[in-house]
Design a protein around this ligand. Structure first.
Ligand SMILES: [Mn+2]
Length: 435
């Protein structure tokens, strides 16, 4: 069973931050994939963070002014005829017990409770990330409450995104979250090893995708945390290549950016390795540039350093490396100044990671880059991408390399959650030679 106290603690923090505000939140809607077939259901991340409730059809009100029932969970009622098709639902009493709700109520009654909760609140917080109808409903109700309380005074003065409070909370992971993220990381790292072991010239990119994704599910993950990228040769230079239909050719590298979701938490790992198990000289040269930049950035990641400083370090090392191997010409300072590196390295060094693969939380505070703090988790993922039309020296054309790990900031430095996925050339070649 879930540890209900973790969610209760988060709601308590939210209530302290809202003061007299009330949070009125809807769970994610179910989405149709085609005709009468839905997509697999996935709860809204903020909703899940505050409630631990993963089933469809839910909403909740978190109301510090309601002393008796600060947390009301609205759920689908029991319905044996439907449940035969979609699965058994908890009773209201079971919902209260298992999810720590002060009351559990039929979702059909949600609207009347919204009105009541709004009347005593100074501000209304809701999720503004999906379902426009729900946002319109909240606005309509807000207008109605404000017209009713006009003479008596009070009533909510504004509407705000729940993210304004919760996204900063989500940025600092608690121990429960770190354990889940480590699990997602372990499953994903293992899957990368499996893909390296399985890889053979003449296989298809989608077959490596199948190796990865079947392992995610086999180990209890819900599946991929994002659309898996398996790009060989020139395809590896397309940042979001997701067709994964080409044949793996002798002499090419293959880039795999794929990772599992576990209990709604994402990992995000990229590894790049030779299809035939042996790096060529040009591939080795480029790979070592990316790898040493990546390792230096991880080494530098600790409390007090800013996200931008990590990116600046990454960029400088990549540019110096590209000059050294003859991919770029000129002085590193001029290249960085003129941004002429951009055709080979065109993204940021990393992003927050958590319930969402590109997790919530601001990167800048008061227009300054955020200072790293213990509990933050982010990716470090330098890359160099030389497509065949780039005009680069022939030997580098059709090589795309990215190496990505998931880094947790600790009190003293950091912990690499994904270090189990091999990335040294010698490790990869040894692993792939074993057949
Ligand atoms: Mn990433």
């Amino acid at each position: 069973m879930k540890n209900k106290n973790i969610y209760k603690l988060r709601r308590q923090k939210l209530m302290n931050a809202m003061e007299n505000g009330v949070a009125i939140l809807k769970g994610a809607p179910e989405q149709t994939r085609s005709h009468d077939t839905p997509y697999p259901y996935r709860q809204d991340s903020d909703f899940y963070y505050l409630t631990g409730y993963a089933e469809p059809g839910a909403a909740c009100i978190i109301d510090p002014n309601n002393k008796e029932n600060p947390f009301t969970l609205f759920v689908l009622p029991q319905d044996p005829k439907n449940e035969v098709w979609t699965g058994w639902r908890l009773t209201f009493a079971e919902t209260m017990d298992q999810h720590g709700a002060d009351q559990a109520i039929d979702i059909a009654e949600y609207d009347t409770y919204i009105l009541k909760a709004m009347k005593s609140a100074s501000k209304v917080y809701t999720n503004l990330n999906h379902e426009r109808e729900h946002q319109h409903k909240i606005l309509d109700q807000l207008r109605q409450v404000r017209s009713e309380v006009q003479r008596s005074g009070g009533g909510p003065e504004g509407l705000e995104s729940i993210g304004s409070i919760v996204h900063d909370m989500r940025l600092i992971k608690d121990n429960h979250e770190i354990a889940l993220m480590q699990k997602a990381a372990d499953i994903s790292a293992d899957a990368h090893i499996k893909a390296m072991e399985a890889c053979q010239t003449g296989m298809y990119e989608y077959q490596l995708q199948a190796v990865m994704e079947s392992h995610f599910v086999y180990k209890g993950g819900s599946g991929p945390a994002y659309i898996s990228i398996v790009g060989s040769g020139d395809n590896a230079t397309v940042l979001h290549y997701i067709k994964n239909r080409d044949i793996l050719k002798d002499g090419d590298l293959v880039l795999i950016d794929a990772a599992a979701e576990y209990d709604l938490y994402a990992a995000d790992i990229t590894r790049t390795f030779p299809v035939n198990g042996k790096f060529s000289e040009a591939q080795k040269a480029m790979y070592e540039v990316v790898l040493s930049a990546q390792k230096a950035v991880i080494e530098a990641a600790k409390p007090g350093v800013t996200f931008q400083e990590l990116h600046d370090l990454d960029l400088r090392l990549l540019v110096e490396g590209m000059v050294e191997i003859g991919l770029l010409e000129g002085s590193p300072e001029e290249i960085i100044e003129s941004e002429s590196y951009f055709k080979y390295f065109m993204h940021k060094t990393g992003h927050w990671l958590g319930l969402d693969v590109h997790d919530m939380g601001k990167y800048m505070l008061d227009s300054k880059s955020r200072v790293l703090e213990p509990g933050m988790v982010f990716t470090v993922e330098p890359g160099i991408y030389v497509n065949s039309k780039s005009g680069a020296p022939e030997k580098f054309c059709g090589i795309g390399i990215r190496i990505e790990d998931n880094i947790l900031i600790t009190e003293t430095g950091n912990r690499n959650l994904t270090e189990a996925a091999p990335k040294e050339i010698s490790e990869i070649e040894a692993l792939m030679a074993n057949d």
